[in-house]
Design a protein around this ligand. Structure first.
Ligand code: ZN
Length: 261
């Protein structure tokens, strides 16, 4: 930020909090992005708004303004609403919501973006299970409301399967497989290459355990949403109206339902 004109309202400490794990180069990209936004908006200096928008752009990709049918908007609103509601219901096991949006960005049709309140180095099983349940919340909401599956949950299922596999094969969190490591992985450009050094029988057991954990997380998400459908409706409605909600706004919506007056 040194050679960039910052507005008085710019709070670099807030930006630091919302970018855990960013390298120096990532932060430089973010500051350049914020400067470009300020220029495009004919501003003399970079304000908090440009900084915050730059964080969104760097993490989620640029907004894709395109024509979306009412039907698709509706599906996305319930899908993201499902993620957001479960994140709230399972807090503090889940990370606080930073934003939930139905504006398409990068490769996604919408996003529910959570952020750890502090740097986390150890993952507890109960937190990982809460994460899995939250990931399943998108599809579970679509099924509850439209009784129809869409391709919008592809990314969720991919992340959930990877996480479940890690829990079983690397973190020793399955009673059936026990406290052993079944994967020797290496990571390259975010793609994980795994070598399973185990018997066919064990591989089959791993697949069954992954399926069990994912099925249970889905069931948990589905029943939570069913019981709290009024909240889900309210969050989806607010998303259709405002397109983007902060975690605090989701809190307010839920509070108003719990105490209508
Ligand atoms: Zn999703």
């Amino acid at each position: 930020a040194r050679n960039k004109p910052l507005d008085n309202d710019a709070r670099l400490s807030d930006i630091a909090k919302s970018t855990p794990g960013f390298s120096g180069a990532d932060l430089a990209t973010l500051m350049n992005e914020a400067a470009l936004l300020a220029i495009r908006r004919n501003k003399e200096s970079i304000s908090q708004q440009e900084l915050s928008d730059a964080v969104d752009r760097v993490i989620l990709g640029p907004e894709r303004r395109q024509i979306i049918s009412e039907k698709e908007r509706n599906i996305t609103a319930y899908h993201e609403g499902g993620h957001a509601l479960i994140a709230k219901l399972l807090a503090p096991k889940t990370n606080p919501i930073r934003k939930v949006t139905i504006i398409p960005r990068g490769l996604t049709g919408g996003a529910t973006w959570t952020m750890p309140a502090e740097d986390i180095h150890y993952q507890e099983k109960s937190r990982l299970l809460a994460d899995l349940t939250m990931m399943m919340g998108g599809r579970a909401a679509e099924m509850l409301i439209f009784n129809e599956e869409s391709s919008g949950a592809r990314g969720d299922f991919s992340s959930a399967t990877n996480l479940a596999r890690k829990m079983i094969c690397e973190y020793g969190m399955s009673d059936k497989l026990g406290k052993a490591i079944f994967a020797q992985g290496s990571e390259f450009l975010d793609i994980r290459f795994e070598q399973l050094n185990c018997s066919e029988e064990t591989k089959r057991l791993i697949d069954l355990e992954i399926k069990r954990i994912l099925d249970e997380s889905y069931e948990c998400a589905a029943s939570l949403l069913k019981v709290n459908k009024i909240q889900l409706d309210a969050i989806a409605k607010a998303l259709l109206e405002k397109e983007t909600l902060t975690g605090q706004e989701v809190d307010e919506i839920m509070r108003n339902i719990n105490a209508p007056n």
